[in-house]
Write a protein that binds this ligand. Sequence first.
Ligand SMILES: [Fe+2]
Ligand SMILES: [Fe+2]
Length: 478
Amino acid sequence: MAINYNERIPNNVELAENRRLQRALEAWQPNYMRWWHDLGPEGTENFEVYLRTAISVESDGWANFGYVRMPDYRWGIFLAHPVAGRTIAFGDHKGEPAWQEVPGEYRGPLRRLIVTQGDTEPASVEQQRQLGLTCPSLYDLRNLFQVNVEEGRHLWAMVYLLHAHFGRDGRDEAEAMLERHSGDPDKPRILGAFNEPTPDWLSFYMFTYFTDRDGKYQLASLAESGFDPLARTCQFMLTEEAHHMFVGESGVMRIAQRTCEVMNELKTDDPAKIRAAGAMDLDTLQRYINFHYSVSLDLFGQELSTNAANYYTTGLKGRYHETKIEDDHRLVDAAFPVPLVKGERIVVEDQPALTAINERLREDYIADCERGLKRWNKAIKAAGIPREFALPHRAFNRRIGLFANVAPDIRISPDGRVITEAEWTHRVGSWLPTSDDHAFVGSLMRGVVEPGKIAGWIAPPARGINGQPFEFEYVKFH
Ligand SMILES: [Fe+2]
Ligand SMILES: [Fe+2]
């Protein structure tokens, strides 16, 4: 099961044994490279980047760091090791052997799950393609590229499943992954958050904190799938995802730290003075949190969903840490509390647990988001600033589900109050990033590429990558 890097497509699935599949993927490969060239990170063809490349799917398989000329990164197909005798852990097929081939009756929904997941991967690369031009440091530039190449690999992971298990339709879907583009008015990416621009580094850290974390929860529930190749693929993808969320959490943390430093130096909490000193005021950071959190909540879908119930009942997509949950794993008679709007208030009502499966995953996600906020708040407190970030109410600024268009003229405030459209319009500028915020944050974005140097709006990291110092030459330009 070692990763074979001697083949055109590195893999640990013995691709060479399956000539047809190998040829099909080798035919897709040049299209992928063309896409990377056209819509991957801009102007990086000759950069040498200090990247990690997986040498095995074991937990120490990441020990391999070295310079890679960007387009020569070895994208490949890596599945976690199979578990002998693995059985399906939930739904109607609970206890049956996990499927090694796609069950005919679930072909359509399974393909849809894989396509929806796969579509997000190249989307984020497209969203982030300009960021390299304005990186705050070489360290950050390297992290951006690490995230980008791994999202590219995640596309490979899903495309492999489509090619290997879905025949002609799968090959068509694999092509379509390179034809839809983030923000394209005619052929947009499937999910809303993946069509939003990522115009600046604050958005990038927020995206990797909040939106990549949605990815973690989707992958974790697909890692429970009764379709074993999907489960094994997602297990390995999760190890890559962890780094993306680290980039986001530490990025926001470092910005907040720098802001606190400036506040202490100037002895002020006046946003205008903080901005004049070239740092991002905490109010602006909070507005970005509100935005990225709320669009990421939408990615979990409808609170009450028969599709989600069917994915669960048929064994295609489980809950987060399914096997660690103590219940019957069928949920036929179980209930789950779901928030909804009743008149002037948001109330919580028990709903069938099966239809509420999305909401349960969203709840796990929310708890996870809270953990990072606590760490950011601890850093702000340690700097002696009496101020805390908070997550807005889950009903705030939603475009999907029960809280989107509750009724004409009804909105939800960040603290979870049902308010009128008029109040919303009056106050939204203090809740969500304004055009002025975007312009200000944008004005701070200037590329800093000298080793050891860093932009004025962010603190250096506590430590470098793979034991290297911050001053290390993480990217070499030629
Ligand atoms: Fe990903
Ligand atoms: Fe990611």
